[in-house]
Design a protein around this ligand. Structure first.
Ligand code: PMP
Length: 403
């Protein structure tokens, strides 16, 4: 007999299961719109040219070794990450009240922040509010550290846009000092972001209700192609004086998915409070990963701290962002040409890696079985999976399933 006789099996992760099903499909027409990873026009993964360059520099660097990094990670990486998201001229940085911890990519940064809140958030029993819908890991991470999770409305299926009224109403009715997890740009899965005026309304309620802001940014530079534009909401909140956590991922904007390069930026009221938070995070991190991995953070640090490489990175970012924007236009045009029932302008209005098509689960099923097109049941498509060779095929398939 096994001591583990009573352990039930857990369901497989939906996204990873989808990729496995796609790989097993032998039909040459198959299309993978599931996973949120950039693909080239040829449907291939892309190693950014600037990443290749930085790679060579590192290989040739005789001084690099494989010693442990500090518990909070590489200093140059942490500083540059905070500067990237808050801006080179950030007052909060100048005032010495911004801290940073290198984490196991964006996922690890969300976890690290959530774990800190579970231990040190002064309001006992405070819940974390996540958008409905959101990246599935948000609920899993916060529940995993014992923080109750509630949802705030986000997607309005009628307008295929933001449900601002519902979002604000929930912020208004939530107990004072609740935690709100907010996507600052390129919302996953909807691709719908608030406008500057809507951000102001959101900040007004967050301030009045003394809620804590936890930003999760996995797409800076990837959404609009501009690093500054995609950081707008975060910098606006900082300017208004909010304390906050910001989980940053370099998976998408550097194409470093497997290298797990991420950062948790902490904006605190004073340098002393920042130091206390950082030291608690270091203590906790020691017991989870001991110290973070070096390769990805060294590479990112090299690029962010070198003017020429930084410029080249921006060009690489624009290449990815623009190809995705082009695919939005192409898909919209194809559906318009076909006269596909329904409205489709949300495809071009939404931004970032994903589009929330509004397709129903039953229609997604047909796309999979009849057309070998793979996407999540909620109708989300990764725009990066489309290219000039398959967009017509996909549009025709959509046209068929909605009729
Ligand atoms: N947050 C959001 C909203 C995401 O979409 C992602 C990537 N799917 C992440 C965080 C973090 O991903 P990673 O751990 O690969 O950096």
């Amino acid at each position: 007999a096994s001591i583990f006789e009573t352990v039930p099996g857990a369901p497989a992760d939906i996204i990873f299961a989808l990729t496995a099903a796609y790989k097993a499909d032998t039909d040459p027409k198959k299309v993978n719109l599931g996973v949120g990873a950039y693909r080239t026009e040829e449907g291939k993964p892309w190693v950014l040219p600037v990443v290749k360059k930085a790679d060579h520099i590192m290989v040739d660097d005789e001084d690099l070794d494989h010693e442990y990094l500090p518990i909070l990670g590489l200093e140059g990486f942490r500083k540059a990450s905070a500067k990237l998201i808050l801006g080179a001229d950030s007052k909060a940085i100048a005032e010495g009240r911004v801290g940073a911890a290198q984490c196991i990519s964006g996922t690890g940064a969300v976890f690290t922040g959530a774990q800190f809140l579970s231990r040190h958030y002064p309001i006992k029993g405070a819940a974390c509010y996540i958008s409905n819908p959101t990246w599935a890991n948000h609920r899993a991470i916060f529940e995993g550290v014992g923080i109750p999770v509630h949802e705030y409305p986000y997607w309005n299926p009628e307008t295929k846009g933001l449900d601002l009224t519902g979002m604000l109403a929930t912020m208004e009715s939530a107990p004072e000092g609740s935690i709100f997890l907010i996507h600052p740009c390129a919302h996953n899965p909807t691709g719908v972001d608030p406008t500057p005026d809507q951000w102001k309304q959101i900040a007004d309620v967050m301030e009045r209700k003394a809620h804590f802001t936890f930003f999760d940014t996995a797409y800076q530079g990837f959404a609009s192609g501009s690093l500054d534009k995609d950081a707008y909401s975060i910098r606006y909140f900082v300017e208004r004086g909010f304390e906050m956590f910001i989980a940053q991922s370099f998976s998408k904007n550097f194409g470093l998915y497997s290298e797990r390069a991420g950062n948790l930026t902490v904006v605190a009221r004073t340098p002393e409070i920042k130091n206390h938070i950082e030291s608690q995070i270091a203590k906790a991190q020691r017991a989870v990963i001991s110290n973070p991995p070096a390769y990805g953070s060294r590479l990112v640090s090299l690029v962010l701290n070198d003017e020429k490489l930084y410029k080249e990175w921006e060009e690489n970012l624009a290449t990815m962002a623009n190809r995705i924007i082009d695919m939005r236009k192409a898909l919209f045009e194809e559906l318009t040409k076909l006269g596909t029932p329904g409205t489709w302008n949300h495809i071009v209005d939404q931004i970032g890696m994903f589009s929330f098509t509004g397709l129903k689960k039953s229609q997604v099923q047909v796309l999979k079985e009849k057309y070998h097109v793979y996407l999540t049941d909620n109708g989300r498509i990764s725009m990066a999976g489309l290219n000039t060779k398959n967009v017509k095929y996909f549009a025709a398939a959509v046209d068929d399933v909605v009729r």
